[in-house]
Structures are given as C-alpha cells and as structure tokens.
Design a protein around this ligand. Structure first.
Ligand SMILES: [Zn+2]
Ligand SMILES: [Zn+2]
Length: 198
C-alpha cells in the first residue's frame, strides 16, 4: 500500500435490499479500472431481515435450479437456485447465523440460516466431496443475479411449472464431467485436494 491511499466506502441506499458498495481508490487510472474489474466479480446478499450480510468472491463453480422436495420445503416455494461455490469464497460480513441439520437420503444436509429471521442463506451437502456450499441465489442482492445453467431433480418438479427448454434438465442429478465447464471442474478438483490435506 506504500505511496497509495485507498479508501473503501460502503454506501447503503435507503432501500436496505439494495446495498451498494463503492470502492474508491486513489490510484493511477489504469490500475483503478483494473481493480474495479476485479471487484466486479464479487456478489453480495442478505437475509429477509437484513441482519445477515454476506459476500461471495465470484459466482461460483456452477449454478443450478433444484426442484427436489427438500428445496421446495426449505424455500416454501417451487425450487431453489443454488450457487455451488467453495466455502472459502463465501464470507459472512455481518449478522448471526444458526445451523439446522436435516437428512438428505443417507447423508446429512446442514442449513445455515439467519438467527433472527431464519432465512436459509446457504447449505452444505455432506455427500458432496470437498468443502463447498450451496448459496441460495434468492438471497443475493438484486444487482447480483446469477442464472441457473441447469434444472435438476425435475422428477419432483411442480406440475404447473414450465421449464426453459434451452437449459438442460435432469430427472435427478447429472454427470458433472459432461456438464460443467473445464474451469469449474478444475476449481472443484483443487477444492477437494485442498480440503483433503487440511
Ligand atoms: Zn435475517
Ligand atoms: Zn434440492
């Protein structure tokens, strides 16, 4: 940071759901534009009562709309859009959370919720290798939308729901090696290796 003054301002709009972060850096213009590009990968979100505020380093390895019965019941809706991301890229900035463990078949599924309003912010499927989380995309701030790349567990999808036919859909799960971009597979491989060595 020598010779360089950097101020990070957080500006919160009057509408709590639209929290804006502005990064102002007193740096040469070329460096500044590079930093803004880097910062733009970050996503932020909040629970329904706005006490929990979190940030993601980026939009994760994969994003999928899950129509399983658990996702319907957890959300009280028709499906959940899950952002599958490494746990070390998820940062709780403010608020208290509590965890609830439910069963997911033979394995467990830990839900992390706001301790005050109980919005489910993210969850961890114990069956998934590595140390990854499923961040609930519905809790992202409006300016941070992430679109699902596939529909899964459509065998339990609600009948009235018409799916976007341009996206692949699967009755249950899918073959990650066939569906995920190579870059995401590489990220997951690194995550599994790193979590095995801890
Ligand atoms: Zn809350
Ligand atoms: Zn699900």
């Amino acid at each position: 940071m020598s010779g360089r003054l950097e101020i990070i301002l957080r500006l919160y709009s009057k509408n709590k759901s639209q929290r804006l972060k502005t990064y102002i850096a007193f740096t040469p213009l070329t460096k500044l534009s590079k930093e803004i590009t880097m910062q733009s990968d970050k996503l932020s979100g909040t629970c329904a009562c706005n006490q929990v505020i979190y940030e993601l380093d980026d939009s994760g390895m994969y994003c999928q709309a899950c129509h399983c019965l658990d996702c319907q019941r957890i959300s009280g809706s028709s499906f959940i859009v899950n952002i599958w991301i490494e746990a070390n890229r998820v940062h709780l900035l403010e608020g208290n959370t509590q965890q609830v463990i439910i069963s997911a078949g033979r394995d467990q599924h830990t839900l992390t919720m706001c301790a005050h309003c109980n919005s489910c912010i993210w969850s961890r499927y114990h069956a998934a290798p590595g140390n990854t989380l499923f961040v609930k995309a519905g809790t992202l701030n409006p300016e941070c939308q992430v679109a699902p790349r596939a529909h899964i567990f459509t065998r339990s999808k609600q009948d009235w729901m018409l799916l976007d036919e341009t996206l692949p859909s699967f009755e249950s799960f899918y073959d990650m090696k066939k569906l995920w971009p190579a870059k995401s597979l590489k990220r997951y491989q690194i995550n599994i290796q790193e979590s095995a060595s801890i």
